[in-house]
Ligand binder design. Structure first.
Ligand code: FPP
Length: 247
């Protein structure tokens, strides 16, 4: 069977409001959100999604009270420690994307173990974005590419930093971007990769998100007419080589 290249990205919003509505502390919402992550990963595997990227913590989330950011970091660590084995069983390759320099040694160790344990897995690719900023990611990728720039080697900036090279280092384009929690914005998530993503917004708070909601978003995706700026309709993923040849 051909490997799926379909990329779903989710902005998991609404944990805090879900908890507040139940008279619970916000952290209880994040805990329930972690259960929704487990459910969603399982459902995504069954639906043969190629890559699932989950927005777990934005770089701007550091502005929250230390008790909340600390609890979130602990939840990520617990999730990675408990789920690495399950991912391995299901052939899921787990990766964490985002800045690493502000994460605790314990979380960094859990990331290293989870990534190494599942590195050879060939099923779904599960990417968890922690301390992630789309703008920062683009800047860092561009800086890294330009670090190779050297006038003595007669390399032009254009030959070092191109749309294709940047796309290569930033990872796969998003086909379907879902945001839960009723807000309609991107909040600095996968800005480059979502150039032609289909956007689906749902009022469902993340802790209530189920396999059915994922299926509903996929049904909505299938009903869309993707033309990528052209006039021909494409179903499924993006036509290869699209962005820079068409623009
Ligand atoms: C946004 O809801 C959610 C977050 C900032 C954290 C996301 C974390 C999880 C889903 C929990 C665990 C994740 C993993 C990968 C194990 P919010 O708190 O901004 O909600 P609000 O808008 O209702 O306040």
């Amino acid at each position: 069977m051909e490997k799926s290249t379909f990329h779903v990205a989710i902005i998991m919003d609404g944990n805090g409001r879900w908890a507040t509505a139940r008279g619970l502390p916000r952290v209880a919402g994040h805990r329930a959100g972690a259960d929704a992550v487990r459910r969603t990963v399982e459902a995504a595997c069954k639906l043969e999604i190629g890559t699932l990227t989950l927005y777990a913590f934005s770089s701007d989330n550091w502005g929250r009270p230390a008790a909340e950011t600390g609890a979130l970091m602990q939840l990520f660590e617990a999730y990675l420690s408990s789920e690495a084995a399950r991912c391995l069983e299901n052939g899921v390759r787990l990766e964490v994307t985002g800045r690493r320099d502000r994460l605790s040694p314990a979380l960094l160790a859990a990331i290293a173990i989870a990534e190494a344990t599942t590195a050879h897995c060939e099923g779904m690719r599960l990417r968890i974005a922690v301390d992630y900023s789309g703008r920062d990611e683009i800047l860092r990728a561009a800086r890294l590419a330009l670090a190779d720039f050297s006038p003595e080697r007669f390399l032009s900036p254009e030959s070092i930093l191109s749309g294709e090279s940047l796309s290569g280092s930033l990872g796969p384009d998003v086909d379907l971007l879902i945001r839960t929690g009723g807000e309609h914005r991107l909040s600095d998530f996968l800005l480059w990769q979502s150039a032609y993503a289909e956007l689906v917004f749902t009022p469902v708070m993340w802790p209530d998100f189920t396999a059915r909601d994922l299926e509903a978003a996929l049904a909505e995706f299938r009903s869309r007419d993707r033309r990528f700026g052209g006039i021909q309709s494409y179903s499924g993923g993006s036509p290869p080589g699209l962005v820079f040849h068409r623009l």
